[in-house]
Design a binder for this molecule. Structure first.
Ligand code: MRU
Length: 348
C-alpha cells in the first residue's frame, strides 16, 4: 500500500486527504475523499485548485474509482472506469492538466488490461503516486531553469497562486522565486490579491510569508501604478493551459497584467510544466474558459457588496496572447517565440 504526503495532498489508507484551500489562511482544515465522486466535488468546489494540483488529485480520483469496483466482473469494471473518467473530466474545463492526468491513468489501465484486477489497481496506484512525485521534481527543475531570469534585488509581480498549493508541492511561479532565494538572491514579491476568488491574498501571501520570502499584497488595480513606480522588474505567473502557439490561459486578470508589463517594458514570463501545454489546441481561441457563479462577485464571504440581482460576468480565466509573453519557463528550459516551434521541440 503506497503512501504520499505533501502540503497539498496526502494519499493514505485508500483515502485522498486534501488541505481545504477554501478555508485558508484562517483555518487549516482537511477534506477526505474516499470515492471518485468525492474527488469530483473537491475539484469542482475548489477544495483543491491550481492546474497541476487538480491533475494529481484527478489521478487519485481515478484510482479511487478503480477500487470501488475491484470485486466486479471485468465488463462492469471497465464500464465503470469510463464513467469515472467522464465524471472527473467534467469537474473543471480549463486546466488541461486534469485531462492530461486522466489520459495517463487510462493509458496505464489500457496497456495492462489483461492483468488481474488486483494487480491492475496496484499499477494504477503506482501511476498516481508517480504523477504526484514527478510533479515535485519537475517543479524543482522549473525553479532552477527559471531562477536564471531572476536577478539579485528584483521586484517580482505575480498573479493568483502558482505556488506549492497549486501544485503537489514547491510551485511553478513561486518555485522560481524559491529557487532564486535558495541561490542567495534577494527578491521582493508583489502579490495581486486576484479578485474575485482572492487566491493571491489568501494563498500566495500565506505561502510566501510561511517561506520567509518578502511579499507585499496589492489589489489587482494597483499593479500598473506599482510598475510605474519602478518596483517591478519581472512578472512571473502560472498557467492553466498553453496552446500550441503559446497563447496562455491563466487566472482572470493575467491578460491585463501582461499588457501593463509590455507598456512598462517589464519581462513577462509564464511558468508551467509541459503537462500544461496542449499541442492539440492551436491557439487561445480554442481554450474553454470556465464561468463561475455571480456570487463570487456580489459577495465577499457572506457579506453582500453589490445590489441584489445585479447582472454579472465572471470568467475564471483569460487568455494572454503569446505576443505579450517574453518566455515560457518549463522543466525542459525556457521556450521563446516562435512558440509553435519552441514548444513542439520540447516534446521531442
Ligand atoms: O481557479 P484556480 O485557483 O484553479 O486557478 C489557478 C490558476 O489560474 C493558476 O495560476 C494556475 O493554475 C497555475 S498553478 C501552478
Amino acid at each position: 500500500m503506497g503512501k504520499f504526503k505533501s502540503i497539498t495532498l496526502e494519499w493514505k489508507e485508500d483515502r485522498l486527504i486534501l488541505i481545504d484551500q477554501r478555508k485558508l489562511p484562517s483555518v487549516e482544515k482537511y477534506v477526505e475523499c474516499q470515492t471518485h465522486e468525492d474527488v469530483y466535488h473537491a475539484i469542482r468546489d475548489m477544495v483543491i485548485r491550481g492546474a497541476p494540483a487538480i491533475g494529481a488529485s484527478a489521478a487519485f480520483g481515478y484510482l479511487l474509482g478503480a477500487k470501488e469496483v475491484l470485486a466486479s466482473s471485468k465488463e462492469v469494471f471497465f464500464d465503470h472506469m469510463d464513467l469515472v473518467k467522464r465524471r472527473l473530466s467534467e469537474s473543471r474545463p480549463t486546466a488541461v492538466n486534469l485531462f492530461w492526468a486522466l489520459n495517463r491513468m487510462e493509458k496505464t489501465l489500457n496497456t495492462l488490461r489483461e492483468l488481474d484486477r488486483k494487480r491492475l489497481v496496484e499499477s494504477l496506484e503506482s501511476e498516481a503516486l508517480a504523477i504526484a512525485e514527478e510533479d515535485i521534481e519537475i517543479n524543482m527543475t522549473i525553479g532552477k531553469n527559471g531562477a536564471t531570469v531572476v536577478r539579485d534585488g528584483d521586484g517580482i509581480l505575480t498573479h493568483c497562486n502558482a505556488g506549492a498549493l497549486a501544485t503537489v508541492d514547491y510551485g511553478t511561479a513561486l518555485g522560481v522565486m524559491r529557487a532564486a532565494v535558495e541561490q542567495g538572491k534577494k527578491i521582493s514579491v508583489y502579490a495581486d490579491e486576484t479578485r474575485p476568488y482572492l487566491q493571491g491574498a489568501r494563498l500566495t501571501a500565506w505561502e510566501l510569508m510561511k517561506s520567509g520570502i518578502d511579499v507585499t499584497l496589492i489589489c489587482d488595480n494597483m499593479a500598473g501604478w506599482v510598475m510605474k513606480k519602478g518596483l517591478v522588474d519581472l512578472v512571473l505567473v502560472g498557467a492553466d493551459r498553453i496552446a500550441a502557439n503559446g497563447d496562455t490561459a491563466n487566472k482572470i486578470g493575467t491578460y491585463s497584467v501582461a499588457i501593463l508589463a509590455q507598456k512598462h517594458g517589464i519581462p513577462f514570463y509564464i511558468v508551467a510544466p509541459l503537462s500544461t501545454v496542449d499541442l492539440l489546441t492551436e491557439s487561445g481561441d480554442g481554450i474553454p474558459i470556465e464561468e463561475r457563479s455571480h456570487l463570487e462577485i456580489t459577495k465577499i464571504g457572506d457579506y453582500q457588496i453589490a445590489p441584489e440581482g445585479v447582472k454579472c460576468f465572471n470568467p475564471a480565466f483569460d487568455i494572454t496572447p503569446s505576443s505579450l509573453i517574453t518566455g515560457i519557463i518549463t522543466e525542459k528550459g525556457i521556450a521563446r517565440a516562435p512558440y509553435d516551434v519552441s514548444l513542439k521541440k520540447m516534446f521531442e
